[in-house]
Design a protein around this ligand. Structure first.
Ligand SMILES: [Zn+2]
Length: 176
């Protein structure tokens, strides 16, 4: 049980894809996504940056099922046109989460030791991403799956309580 975030799992070498991957407990995953949503909600400015936050908010175990929100870094909504900015943005979001940005809006106190370990590993995975790793169909497909009520198609609404971008499942922090 638990969830795993990896880098290029579907490449020829599965072992390589799992190398340095982030394995989290189910509860730990929720906290991890919570703190990223809080930080990113305050940093995202461009459409592509907001898309990253919606992608993360979709990793909602309450709706998707406990232990079913594995993902691969290359599946994130990377866009060649804004790759450098988006990567820098994601690293800023991770740093913001480490600085506990938005944590005052949580009804619980995350275990900092666990969260920092998760964030540190996630950061290393994001750092490995290069523009050459982008699979352009991923973004096209992800967007095509969104109907007209999806936050990515209707102005990226935010949760008023958590200042986090919401997904079709609502606010990931509220539903945790
Ligand atoms: Zn919320």
């Amino acid at each position: 049980m638990g969830n795993r975030i990896c880098f290029k799992f579907n490449s020829d070498n599965i072992q390589e894809g799992l190398e340095g991957s982030l394995k989290m407990s189910n509860g730990g995953t929720s906290v991890f996504i919570n703190v990223l949503c809080l930080s990113g909600g305050r940093f995202a400015e461009t459409e592509s940056q907001k898309r990253f936050m919606v992608f993360l908010a979709e990793k909602n175990q309450y709706f998707c099922g406990i232990g079913t929100v594995d993902f691969d870094i290359v599946e994130m909504p990377w866009d060649k046109a804004s790759f450098d900015d988006d990567k820098a943005f994601m690293l800023r979001v991770i740093d913001g989460a480490k600085q506990k940005i938005g944590w005052e809006s949580l009804r619980y106190r995350p275990n900092e030791e666990f969260v920092n370990e998760y964030l540190e590993t996630f950061k290393k995975l994001i750092e490995r991403m290069t523009v050459d790793d982008i699979i352009e169909e991923n973004l096209i497909e992800w967007l095509s799956e969104a109907d007209e009520n999806d936050p990515v198609k209707c102005g990226f609404p935010k949760c008023k309580i958590h200042d986090a971008y919401i997904s079709v499942h609502g606010c990931q922090v509220c539903t945790d």
